[in-house]
Design a protein around this ligand. Structure first.
Ligand SMILES: [Zn+2]
Length: 106
């Protein structure tokens, strides 16, 4: 089990502590890296979250990847809208990574 202090997104270098303090993710890949924490946070703040407890581990991971994928697509759109092309490029790289993982999952 990883310590929260050691959790850092390998893509953008954002730590769990930073995400906790301003509730912002550095990149789309953070969704997959910090998925456990994000779920916990969503449960606490909203009381509702898609319940996937009954799903087997593999499809749970796929669900998360799919979720991250759609969120990344959304983030990409808004980055383009904001003309933040550096961010848009970063996000499209993340999308590629997520797509690779998704196809590996079958
Ligand atoms: Zn990140």
């Amino acid at each position: 089990m990883k310590l929260e202090m050691e959790m850092i997104c390998p893509n953008c270098g954002r730590s769990i502590e930073e995400i906790k303090s301003d509730k912002r993710l550095g990149c789309a890949f953070c969704y997959t890296v910090f998925s456990d924490y994000i779920e916990k946070m969503l449960k606490m703040s909203q009381g509702t979250f898609v319940h996937i407890g009954m799903a087997p581990k593999k499809s749970e991971k796929k669900e998360r990847l799919k979720n991250a994928y759609f969120k990344a697509k959304k983030a990409l759109k808004s980055a383009i809208k904001e003309e933040d092309y550096e961010k848009a490029h970063q996000i499209s790289e993340d999308i590629k990574l997520i797509e690779e993982q998704l196809s590996a999952e079958g």
